[in-house]
Design a protein around this ligand. Structure first.
Ligand code: BV8
Length: 251
C-alpha cells in the first residue's frame, strides 16, 4: 500500500471514478461519526438501536435516536470534502458515481446528483407495513411519540411509520449494486475506486473495494486512520478528508 503526501489523482479522458464515502466525510461538518461515539449512542450499541428487532422491541427509543439525529442536522453544512466531490462530478459527469453509507444527505446539498444512498436517508420516512412510497419527513418527533401511517389507519389496522434507513440485519437495495456493476462494466478497466472516511467495518459496503479491484480499478483510500480493510487498497492517503480531497481531486 503506497502512502504519499497529498497526490492529485491523474484521470484519463475515459477514466471512470467510483467513490464510497462513510461518516468520516461528514465529520468536519460537525456530524459525529459512529466511531467517535465508540459505536455507542446513549449507552446503546448502534446495532441495538438501528435494527428491526430494536424497532419491534422499542419503537419510541428508535424514533428518539433518529429524531435526535434529525435535530442535530440543524445548521450543518457541507465541508470542503463534500464540495470537492461535487466539483469532480461536475467535471466527469456520467464517468462519476458516488455510493455513500451516510444518511445525512450532505452530498446532495453540496451538489452531487449521481448519489446512491446505500443505507437510506435520515430525512425520509416510510410505513413499516404498507407499500406507501417513502416520503420526505424532517419532523423531529417528541420523546414518547411514534408516528402512525395515515393510509394504514384508514384500513383500521394502524401501522407505525419508520425511518427510511437500512438497519443492521436488513438487506441493502439490490438496484444500487446493479447500478454500481453497470458503472464498473462501462469503465472497461479504466476505473478508479476511492473510499473516503469509512472504517471499512460495515458490509456489504466494505466489500466494494474487492469488486472494484476485480473490475480492474486502481484502489485508493483516504481516511483519518487505517480502516479495517486497509490491506485491500493499493494506495492510501491518510488525513482529514476536508484537507485532502480539494488537492487530491483537483482538475
Ligand atoms: C446486511 C444506517 C444481509 C443506520 C447503517 C455479525 C452479526 C450480525 C451481522 C453482521 C455480522 N457481521 C457482519 C454483519 C453484517 C452487518 C455488519 O456489517 N455489521 C457490522 C457492525 C459488523 N451488515 C448489515 O447488517 C447490513 N445488511 O448485511 O444484510 C441480509 C441479506 C439478505 C437478507 C437479510 C439480510 C446493513 C448495514 C447497514 C447498517 N446501517 N447505517 C444509521 O446510520 O442510523 S451502517 C452505519 O454504520 C452507518 O451508516 C455507517 O455506514 C456505519 C459506520 O461506518 P462508517 O461510515 O465507516 O463510520 P465509522 O464511524 O465506523 O468510521 C468513520 C471513519 O472515518 C473512521 O475510520 C475514522 O477514522 C474516519 N474519519 C473520522 N474523521 C475523518 C475521517 N476520515 C477522514 N476525514 C475525517 N475528518
Amino acid at each position: 500500500m503506497s502512502t504519499a503526501a497529498i497526490p492529485t489523482l491523474t484521470l484519463g479522458p475515459r477514466t471512470h471514478v467510483l467513490v464510497l464515502t462513510g461518516a468520516g466525510v461528514s465529520a468536519e461538518s460537525g456530524v459525529p461519526t459512529f466511531r467517535d461515539a465508540g459505536g455507542l449512542w446513549e449507552g446503546h450499541r448502534f446495532e441495538d438501536v438501528a435494527s428491526p428487532d430494536a424497532f419491534r422491541r422499542d419503537p419510541l427509543l428508535v424514533w428518539r435516536f433518529y429524531s435526535r439525529r434529525r435535530a442535530n442536522m440543524e445548521g450543518i453544512t457541507p465541508n470542503p470534502a463534500h464540495r470537492a466531490l461535487a466539483a469532480l462530478e461536475a467535471r466527469l459527469g456520467d464517468r462519476f458515481l458516488l455510493a455513500t453509507q451516510n444518511v445525512d444527505g450532505l452530498h446532495s446539498v453540496a451538489g452531487n446528483q449521481r448519489v446512491l444512498e446505500l443505507h437510506g436517508a435520515l430525512m425520509m420516512t416510510r410505513c413499516s407495513s404498507c407499500d406507501r412510497p417513502p416520503f420526505e419527513d424532517r419532523t423531529v418527533y417528541r420523546d414518547g411519540v411514534a408516528p402512525m401511517c395515515g393510509r394504514c389507519d384508514a384500513t383500521g389496522k394502524a401501522a407505525l411509520l419508520r425511518p427510511h434507513i437500512v438497519w443492521f440485519g436488513e438487506p441493502l437495495d439490490g438496484a444500487h449494486f446493479e447500478a454500481i456493476d453497470r458503472f464498473m462494466t462501462a469503465a472497461a478497466g479504466d476505473l478508479v475506486f476511492l473510499a473516503i472516511g469509512t472504517s471499512g467495518v460495515v458490509s456489504p459496503a466494505s466489500w466494494l473495494v474487492d469488486d472494484a479491484a476485480r473490475a480492474g480499478a486502481a484502489t485508493w483510500l483516504s481516511n483519518a486512520e487505517p480502516p479495517a480493510n486497509a490491506h485491500h487498497f493499493a494506495h492510501a492517503v491518510m488525513g482529514k478528508a476536508g484537507e485532502i480531497l480539494p488537492t487530491m481531486l483537483a482538475a
